[in-house]
Design a protein. Sequence first.
Length: 195
Amino acid sequence: MSQHCVSTFHRRAICLWLAYRDIVRSTTACTAAILFATVAAAGAANTAGATATMSGAASAARYFMPDAAASKIVTVVTAGTVAASIVVLTAAVAVKETGPKATIEHFGEVYAFLPNFIAVHRGEPTRITLWNLQPDDDHDFVLEDRSGEALMHLRLAPLSKTSYVYTFHSEGLFGFRCALHQPEMNGQILVLPPR
Ligand SMILES: [Cu+2]
């Protein structure tokens, strides 16, 4: 405002008008900025909502039990009489909370299944319970067929036990892995002949 103002009295009206114009302009600009910010925020919220919906749908589709074709290799049920029970732990080999720091700097955080080698008999229902021991880390369990295709995919939430009864109908060596911690968090299930 001061640049428009001169000391002479008869220009007071012009000065006031210019000041008024400046205020109107800045208010308009400010209103436009607020409107733009509001629209941008609404757009961001919509995008976030869409992302959340998509990731929700994606996560629902990501985890699955054996389908009809996979069930010819292994059937998985929640309960029943079992011939054997096996507990598999998620072991924190090198993690940020406890180190060693140099190992994590070199490899990143390292986890493992413990045990990572299981033997079962064909046709023998076997309970396998997966314990996620980490309080703040997700793991998952992908059981693979002999060509490496996923037969099933389970989420192992932090501090949880995930238990199913597996009956293999096919002998041989089947891999499993945590898809979140590759390439190190793996194991194998050897399916032996019936005893
Ligand atoms: Cu993992």
